[in-house]
Design a protein around this ligand. Sequence first.
Ligand code: PGA
Length: 244
Amino acid sequence: MEKLIVGNWKMSLGYQASLALAQELKELSVKADRQVAVCPSPLAMAQVAEILATSAVATGAQNVAAALPGALTGETSLESLVEIGGHYVILGHSERRQYLAETDSIVHDKAQAVLERSQITPIICVGEDLATRQTGQAEAWVEKQLRAALANLAQLAGQRLVIAYEPIWAIGTGETSTPEQAEAMHQFIRQIVSDLGIAHCRILYGGSAKPENAASLLAMPNIDGLLVGGASLTAASFAQIVNA
Ligand code: PGA
């Protein structure tokens, strides 16, 4: 199966910097067994999608509203994401859960909206914090997040679902889960997803993925790709990860 590498630019790049990086990525040559996407900030999304329209790199969003277009100040509708040619949307990133009060039930409603009302692929993020891992609760925590996010979505999910396992203690810290640690959690996630009746699901690893560790992570049988934050912000390091 092709490995999927997704760059999450978060709020790190301004408008002009986003367009400049998209221009560089336009020429990115991508190995035959790889798929690539970047998720710019909302303000830059339409322009980045236009720049990358004929390239090997798809465009995604970092978030979307579940509600239908209407009175919801400050949010981005799914319909507008479809209109600009978005292919992916990250849902339930730990930063949104932690700082923007996004709950399991909100993540579920967003996933349902995306699957019901568009052809966009949702990338649902799960992952435990350090205390949860240290007390041996990591699997139980991730299972709770998965069961809540995916409740009753098996039929809708079809072939489109992506889960990103992002241990919070590894995000932006430089500390990466070892490939073996990540592989064990990915196996566990695959089991839960299959218990929920979802036959096909890609599972990405995220958390300080970088050129130095990308190949060993991608070599694991249950790691179907990477969600990359900091190391996706320059074309050179992102290109190395994409083709690792
Ligand atoms: P990081 O972020 O690669 O900078 O750790 C990953 C993410 O939060 O998606």
